[in-house]
Design a protein around this ligand. Structure first.
Ligand SMILES: [Zn+2]
Length: 244
């Protein structure tokens, strides 16, 4: 299995931001973890081209969780590649397919009710952004904790950021694709993704402890990219930081 961490750069709030879907080549088939935003689809296409492939070459996409930066482009990718196999957790499948409201949308609507007048415009925009996500009608592969998929990827349920968030552990190379269970901060330390938007902080810490129990040599975070140094130590620090 060949693992390539993509670097998708884009402008956000007048700064350059980066997100990192992972491209997996498994027996000549290509799989992607998460899609980026609808608006970053051109950058994703460029990144795939750099690997000699395009959107139609993708065999499947594993969606880690229902957030705009992780599945925002899924609908458009599926449109150009109708045979694309989509994977996500059993918990997130109803919202990924639009059968139920996404947790983030519910959260955004609740937040809007509590926001003071001067932040109402921001809150309405946040709700509208969640509502703008186009949904695919069906998921092909619904996965659960400990499932072994694609001949060597262990599904690790890591709830907290959302209820059905999953990380992926590639046993052969001791690589964890943590998605948003962890982020790498600019200085290299690990943190929880957006603690203020974490739907269940206690569960998120529990997920970090679950990750800590794995033997990880390479850690890939959607926000922050790849780290290989002092992973256990950084996880220790993070658990310690959130201990009440
Ligand atoms: Zn994210």
């Amino acid at each position: 299995m060949k693992i390539s961490v993509l670097d998708i750069a884009f402008n956000q709030h007048n700064a350059i931001n980066h997100i990192h879907p992972t491209l997996l080549e498994i027996h000549g088939q290509y799989f992607l973890t998460d899609t980026g935003y609808e608006d970053t689809l051109p950058q994703l296409q460029t990144a795939l081209n750099q690997h000699g492939i395009d959107l139609t070459s993708l065999h499947g996409i594993i969606i880690s969780h229902d957030d705009i930066d992780h599945l925002g482009a899924l609908y458009n990718i599926k449109k150009v590649n109708p045979l694309l196999q989509v994977y996500c957790s059993k918990t997130e499948e109803p919202s990924v397919t639009g059968k139920t409201e996404a947790e983030r949308l519910v959260q955004a609507k609740q937040l809007l009710q509590k926001l003071p007048e001067e932040q109402q415009a921001w809150g309405k925009n946040f709700v509208a952004l969640q509502e703008s996500i186009q949904r695919i009608p069906a998921v092909d592969h619904v996965v659960q904790d400990n499932d072994l998929i694609l001949g060597g990827i262990r599904v690790i349920e890591t709830p907290g950021h959302t209820r059905g968030h999953i990380s992926l552990y590639i046993e052969a190379s001791k690589t964890l694709i943590a998605n948003d269970a962890l982020v790498v901060e600019p200085g290299g330390a690990l943190n929880i993704a957006n603690p203020e938007f974490t739907l269940d902080l206690q569960a998120a810490i529990g997920s970090v402890q679950k990750i800590h129990a794995l033997n990880i040599q390479t850690l890939i975070c959607f926000h922050g990219g790849i780290i290989t140094d002092h992973i256990q130590q950084k996880l220790d620090q993070l658990i310690h930081q959130y201990k009440i």
